[in-house]
Design a protein around this ligand. Structure first.
Ligand code: PHE
Length: 343
């Protein structure tokens, strides 16, 4: 056997043991390069065949090629093994415990105030009221003068207002939204204006920031009877079909006549003198209302003799407190989960 023949066989054997010893895909690749690469041992052997006598070349060439394919298939087989080993290793490392309990899904819920606004809007939406909104920073003119509360009018004391600049206030009521609507469109107008309002007031039943919903219906021949019909429907939808309403004459500068509206107490119907809701009176005040003052039509650019209308306004927190028997209004602004989770 010639030296070259021995050399080829030795190189081939060495390559096979390196393949068998390779522990990673990187090791294996290294073997491939050092044996079969351009400068690899077997490739060099093939190149040196130029120096052997011509009659020996075919035999030696065949031998070298035989070893080359032996090593190639050994590398391929080892590669399959090593890849399987690697997957195995990864599986062990990233073990999944399918018995672990899953993460809890936290479901949010709507704040009782949002729920109440939506409920009221939905009930009145069914009889044709559209929702209208306006800015919380309002002009003194629209918040007061345009709704018939001129400067120095004693009615300004009814709403302790935050003045934030000359002629600018944090709106103390959502009535300016009604005025904005009338000034921007011709009658008929039938709107609801839910929104945040501000008054300098704070105790168990008052908050410096609270929510109001006002309603306005202006058309030809809208009457006090229509107002009563709408409020009766509203009260029955909100508090139950047995609910009765009662109108007591009252004063609001933007309506004439004006009234405070009560609903019958669903808890005791006036039969329990110590009832926590109605204190035994049988009635709970829920809103203010009345027939739109002709002065407002003038300021809106309507002809007062052509139209009539009614308006009503309620505090959303008060309605929510009555609906859910909430004792203190401040609970609604503290963000306490124990309170909020009940809704
Ligand atoms: N804006 C009035 C208030 O805040 C509520 C109201 C509206 C009363 C419409 C009567 C008519 O007191």
């Amino acid at each position: 056997m010639s030296d070259i023949q021995n050399q080829i066989a030795a190189n081939g054997q060495a390559a096979l043991s390196s393949v068998a010893a390779a522990q990673t895909l990187a090791d294996l690749d290294h073997v491939r390069v050092t044996v079969l690469g351009k400068k690899g041992t077997l490739s060099e052997a093939l190149k040196s065949l130029g120096q052997v006598p011509a009659e020996e070349r075919p035999k030696l060439g065949a031998l070298a090629n035989e070893w080359k394919s032996k090593v190639e298939s050994a590398i391929d087989a080892r590669k399959v093994d090593l890849e399987a080993k690697q997957i195995e290793l990864e599986l062990v490392k990233t073990k999944l415990d399918v018995t672990l309990p899953s993460r809890k899904i936290h479901q949010g819920s709507l704040h009782p105030i949002t729920q109440t606004v939506r409920k009221v809007s939905q009930v009145l939406g069914r009889i044709g009221f559209d929702v209208a909104v306006g800015p919380e920073i309002e002009t003194d003119f629209l918040n007061f003068e345009a709704v018939n509360i001129p400067k120095d009018h004693p009615a300004r004391d009814m709403q302790d207002t935050f003045f934030i600049g000359p002629g600018v206030v944090l709106r103390s009521q959502t009535s300016p939204v009604q005025m904005r609507a009338m000034r921007s469109q011709k009658w008929p107008v039938r709107i609801l204006s839910p929104g945040v309002v501000y008054r300098c007031d704070s105790d168990a039943t008052h908050s410096p920031m609270f929510h109001q919903i006002e309603g306005l219906w202006v058309d030809q021949k809208v009457s006090l009877a229509d107002l009563k019909g709408v409020l009766d429907f509203f009260a029955k939808e909100l508090f139950g079909s047995d609910t009765k309403i009662r109108l007591r004459p009252s004063y609001f500068p933007f309506v004439e006549p004006g009234a405070e509206v009560d609903v019958s107490c669903a808890i005791c119907a006036g039969k329990n003198p110590t009832c926590s809701m109605c204190k035994g009176t049988g009635w709970l005040e829920i809103l203010g209302a009345g027939m739109v003052h002709p002065r407002l039509f003038e300021l809106a650019g309507y002809t007062p003799s052509e139209v009539s209308g009614f308006a009503f306004g309620m505090g959303v927190e008060r309605i929510a407190m009555l609906l859910h028997d909430i004792p203190d209004l401040r609970l609604m602004f503290q963000g306490d989960q124990r309170f909020l989770k009940q809704f």
